[in-house]
Design a protein around this ligand. Structure first.
Ligand code: TNX
Length: 488
C-alpha cells in the first residue's frame, strides 16, 4: 500500500517535459533513450528535404545519418491526424521514432527533440509519446527593418530562434518614413537614397534582391514563409524623398530620421503612383514564393478617407493581378475586400475593432496582433529602458494570457488565422536590444499560436518558460530575465 502510494505520488509529481509550445498531447512513459556519440539516424523516404531535417537531428544528437537500420527513425507519410504541420514522436529506451505527413511536420518534431534534450548533464530523452499539431496556421513574428536596418545575418539568426518555437511566418516591414530596405530595379533610388539612413541618422542599409532571396530561402529551409510589407499610402516619406513626383506637391524633401508617424502620403490622384505600386509589387511578388504581399495601410493620417479607400481598392487589385493575396493592417477594413484578403488586427480600441469586423463581414480573414498583448516593442514595465508604452506595459504574463479567438468581441473564431508579434524598432538599435524585447515574450506568442487553448495556464507556462533559460543562454540569446518567471 505504502509503495503504491509512493509510486502514485512520484507519477503525479514528475513534471511534464518543458516543451514550448506545449504539445497537443503527451503521454509520459518510463525510462529514457540515452543519446550516445554516433547515434544512428535514418530517414524514409530519403529526399533532399527529409535528409536536411535528418541531418539537423543527427547534428543535434551528435550522431550521423545512415542508410540502414537506425536507433532514431524519421518517417514521412505517417502520423494520422497531425495535419500539414504536426508530428508524432515516440521516445523509448530502445529508440526514437518521429513520424509526420510532411517534412514541415518532421522539422517541428525535431524542434521538440531539441527542447527535450538537456542542455547540461546526461544526454537522455525522457520516454514519451507526443502527438502534436498546431491550433492556428499563421504563427508569425514581424521585424521592422525600416526604422533600424538589420543585416541578413541578423535576420537569419532571428529565423533560427523563431524555428525553435515552431513559428512559421516572418513578416518583414521593408519600408517606412525612415527607410526603404529592398532594391527595386525599376526605381533604384528607393534603396540607394531611401535606404541610406535610419532613425537617429545612422547609415541604414537595404537588401539587394539577391540578399532578399537568400533570406526567403533560409526561412523556407526552416518552414517559415516570408511576408514582405511595403507600407502604403502613408509611412512613405523615404519613397517620396527618393522620387518627389510621388508626392502631391512634387517637392524635393530631405530624408527623415525622427519617430513621428502619420505625416506622409503617396499622391492618390496621380497616375504615376499606380505605375510605382505596380512595379514595386510586381518585383516583390516575383521574389516571394509565399502567397501574400502586405501593403500596410496603417495610420494614413495624411490621406483623406475617400482617397484612402480608393487607393486600397486599387492596390488590392494590383496585388491580386500579381498572383498574391493582400494583407493589410486593420485600417484596410474601410475598403472593399474579398475572401482572399487578410487584415492584421493591432488596435483594441472599439472603433478599430469594428474595422476588423467589417473586414470579416466581407469574407476576409484576420491575424491577431493586439498591441497590448502582442507588440514586442512595448516596455515590460516602468523599469524597461527600451521600447515604447503607448499601448501600456506588456509583461511576460500580459503577452501570454490571452486568446486570439476571443480578444475581439463578436469576431467569428473561424475568421482568425492566427497570431503575430510585431517588433517595431524605433527604439531598437541593436540585435541584442531586439532579442531583449522579443525574448521571452515571443515564446509565449508562439505557444498561443500552436497549443490548444484548453489546458493553457500562466501558472503552469511560467515553469516551462523558466526551464528554457539554459537553452536560451546556451544559444547566447539576450533574453529578459523577467522576475515573473522562475528561471533555471
Ligand atoms: C504603430 S501598429 C505603428 C507603427 C509604429 C508602432 C510603434 C502599426 C500598424 N503602426 O508605425 O512603429 O505603432 O509601436
Amino acid at each position: 500500500m505504502g509503495a503504491l502510494l509512493l509510486a502514485a505520488v512520484a507519477m503525479t509529481t514528475t513534471p511534464p517535459p518543458a516543451v514550448i509550445p506545449k504539445p497537443a498531447s503527451i503521454a509520459i512513459g518510463s525510462g529514457a533513450f540515452v543519446v550516445r556519440k554516433g547515434t544512428t539516424v535514418s530517414v524514409s523516404p530519403a529526399t533532399a528535404e527529409t535528409r536536411r531535417v535528418g541531418n539537423d537531428l543527427a547534428a543535434l544528437l551528435g550522431g550521423r545519418l545512415v542508410a540502414g537500420p537506425a536507433k532514431v527513425k524519421l518517417e514521412l507519410g505517417g502520423g494520422r491526424g497531425v495535419g500539414a504541420e504536426g508530428y508524432e514522436l515516440t521516445v523509448a529506451s530502445e529508440g526514437v521514432r518521429l513520424v509526420a505527413g510532411t517534412s514541415a511536420g518532421l522539422f517541428h518534431g525535431v524542434q521538440t527533440v531539441r527542447q527535450l534534450l538537456p542542455v547540461r548533464g546526461p544526454r537522455r530523452l525522457p520516454a514519451a509519446v507526443i502527438r502534436d499539431r498546431p491550433r492556428f496556421p499563421w504563427r508569425g513574428a514581424m521585424l521592422d527593418v525600416a526604422r533600424h536596418f538589420r543585416t541578413v545575418r541578423d535576420v537569419e539568426r532571428f529565423i533560427d530562434l523563431m524555428a525553435l518555437y515552431k513559428l512559421n511566418r516572418l513578416h518583414l516591414h521593408l519600408s517606412d518614413d525612415q527607410g526603404w530596405r529592398i532594391a527595386i530595379s525599376k526605381w533604384p533610388r528607393l534603396a540607394t537614397h531611401g535606404g541610406s539612413t535610419q532613425v537617429g541618422g545612422g547609415k541604414g542599409g537595404y537588401y539587394t534582391q539577391r540578399q532578399y532571396a537568400a533570406i526567403v530561402r533560409y526561412a523556407a529551409e526552416r518552414y517559415i514563409d516570408v511576408v514582405p510589407e511595403i507600407d502604403m499610402p502613408g509611412h512613405v516619406h523615404a519613397a517620396l524623398s527618393s522620387y518627389p513626383e510621388l508626392a502631391c506637391d512634387g517637392k524635393p524633401s530631405a530624408l527623415y530620421t525622427g519617430i513621428e508617424v502619420g505625416f506622409s502620403s503617396l499622391c492618390v490622384a496621380k497616375p504615376v503612383t499606380y505605375r510605382f505600386v505596380d512595379d514595386v509589387i510586381g518585383e516583390l511578388a516575383a521574389l516571394t514564393p509565399s502567397p501574400w504581399i502586405h501593403v500596410g495601410g496603417d495610420e494614413a493620417a495624411a490621406t483623406k478617407r475617400a482617397d484612402y479607400v480608393r487607393f486600397v481598392n486599387r492596390i488590392r487589385q494590383i496585388v491580386e493581378r500579381h498572383g498574391k493575396r493582400m494583407v493589410g493592417w486593420e485600417e484596410v477594413g474601410q475598403a472593399t475586400l474579398d475572401a482572399g484578403s487578410i487584415v492584421q488586427h493591432w488596435n483594441l480600441e472599439g472603433a478599430k475593432s469594428a474595422l476588423s469586423q467589417r473586414a470579416v463581414a466581407q469574407g476576409a480573414k484576420v491575424i491577431m496582433s493586439p498591441a497590448a498583448h502582442a507588440y514586442l516593442d512595448m516596455k515590460y514595465d516602468a523599469s524597461t529602458r527600451l521600447g515604447l508604452q503607448w499601448a501600456g506595459f506588456s509583461s511576460v504574463r500580459d503577452s501570454y494570457a490571452w486568446d486570439p479567438a476571443r480578444v475581439v468581441p463578436g469576431l467569428a473564431a473561424a475568421a482568425v488565422l492566427g497570431v503575430e508579434a510585431p517588433l517595431w524598432s524605433e527604439t531598437v538599435r541593436t540585435m541584442a536590444d531586439a532579442e531583449y524585447l522579443a525574448f521571452p515574450r515571443l515564446i509565449g506568442i508562439a505557444e498561443i499560436g500552436w497549443s490548444p487553448a484548453r489546458g493553457r495556464s500562466w501558472s503552469e507556462y511560467r515553469l516551462r518558460l523558466g526551464a528554457q533559460g539554459p537553452l536560451l543562454a546556451a544559444l547566447g540569446v539576450n533574453y529578459y530575465r523577467s522576475p515573473e518567471v522562475p528561471w533555471r
